[in-house]
Design a protein around this ligand. Structure first.
Ligand code: 1HN
Length: 346
């Protein structure tokens, strides 16, 4: 069925000129490009970002560009397959390393793209999301869902760095990306991470469940890590030791577009992740691992980040035979499921 179709050059020039004048385009010369056989065309390339290499450049940005001139001081982890200027890690994911120096403040705003922060280094910074003050510690995941006010502050003494993951490329593509500037937020009492501290029980004052779309904004690493360690001990026969970051009220994905997970590789373990349609991002929280993605093999030291295109199996290997390795994963699964295009090809 996949026989050759007519080319643009096969058409007489006067006919092509007439089409252009009327904003018309013949489909058949481009049909195979937009509907390739069996496997989609992916601009997303396996790409690796070394934290050790980017860190001095990020700290230099701290000297070169004051907060007033940056608002958010970020070096974007851009996938060359998309073109660096597009600031995309994959079709739907944006990644950036953000630096906040002691005493600095990143002003309050809210916007349509969803963001999360994965804290990479430093103590003393916090982000206030919808009035909830969320302290930042290594490995914590903090949500900034669509439409919620957020600002960052830093009362500590050392630089703080975190990885931002946003669905900005998708929201921008759909022509729905915008922001509103705001005032400093008053801090309200109460922390979702305390209310939902224990799996299986949740707060129901006078039998009422929370009606918040995002009841939990901060997922402390100590809790996610403890859950992984307990899972590994409880299920020695289970190959993948993995947890998902979910909305504790609904059990659904924590955010609408991107999915977030933490994975533990046992000492010496090799784990093959199936070829699924969503692109994936890996960030090393603890230990050392190797990621094999198509023809690339990346060594992930602590705080390193890499990405894999969709429809691609990824093999992860813990490079230590003594210590577990812990990775944070972000992917496009909720988006693919909502669009009805999600596939797991094994
Ligand atoms: C944003 O709001 C933050 O609030 C970081 O820290 C990175 C990249 C694009 C658009 C908005 C932040 C962002 C962003």
């Amino acid at each position: 069925m996949s026989h050759e179709l007519g080319r643009l050059e096969d058409l007489p020039q006067d006919y092509r000129d007439d089409l252009i004048k009327l904003n018309l385009v013949p489909l058949w010369p481009s049909l195979r490009a937009v509907l390739p056989p069996k496997v989609p065309t992916r601009k997303t390339r396996p790409t690796f970002w070394s934290y050790q290499s980017l860190r001095p450049l990020l700290l230099r940005a701290g000297e070169l560009t004051p907060m007033e001139k940056a608002e958010r001081r970020v070096l974007v982890l851009a996938n060359p397959g998309h073109g660096l200027e597009k600031m995309q890690a994959s079709a739907a994911m944006y990644l950036g390393m953000q630096l906040l120096l002691p005493g600095e403040w990143a002003p309050s705003h809210r916007h349509t793209p969803n963001a999360v922060r994965m804290i990479v280094e430093g103590e003393g910074a916090y982000t206030t999301v919808d009035g909830e003050k969320c302290p930042m510690h290594r490995g914590d995941l903090i949500l900034t869902p669509t439409g919620l006010w957020h600002e960052h502050g830093h009362d500590g003494t050392e630089p703080v760095v975190w990885l931002d993951v946003l669905d900005l490329p998708l929201v921008y593509y759909t022509e729905t990306s915008y922001a509103i500037e705001g005032q400093r937020q008053p801090v309200k009492p109460g922390h979702g991470e305390q209310a939902y501290r224990s799996g299986g029980v949740m707060p129901t004052p006078v039998f009422e469940r929370s009606n918040k779309a995002y009841p939990m904004l901060r997922y402390p690493w100590v809790d996610a890590r403890a859950a992984l360690v307990a899972l590994a001990a409880d299920r020695p026969e289970q190959e993948a030791v993995q947890v998902s970051y979910v909305n504790p009220e609904t059990g659904q994905d924590a955010q609408n577009i991107l999915g977030f997970y933490a994975l533990m590789l046992r000492p010496g373990q090799t784990l093959r992740l199936p070829a699924r349609s969503p692109a994936m991002v890996f960030h090393q929280i603890e230990g050392r691992a190797e990621a094999r993605i198509e023809d690339s093999t990346f060594t992930l030291n602590e705080a390193d980040t890499c990405c894999a295109p969709g429809y691609t199996a990824v093999t992860l290997r813990n490079l230590s035979s003594e210590q577990p390795a812990f990775l944070f994963i972000a992917d496009e699964t909720p988006l693919h499921q909502k669009l009805g295009v999600f596939e797991n090809r094994g």
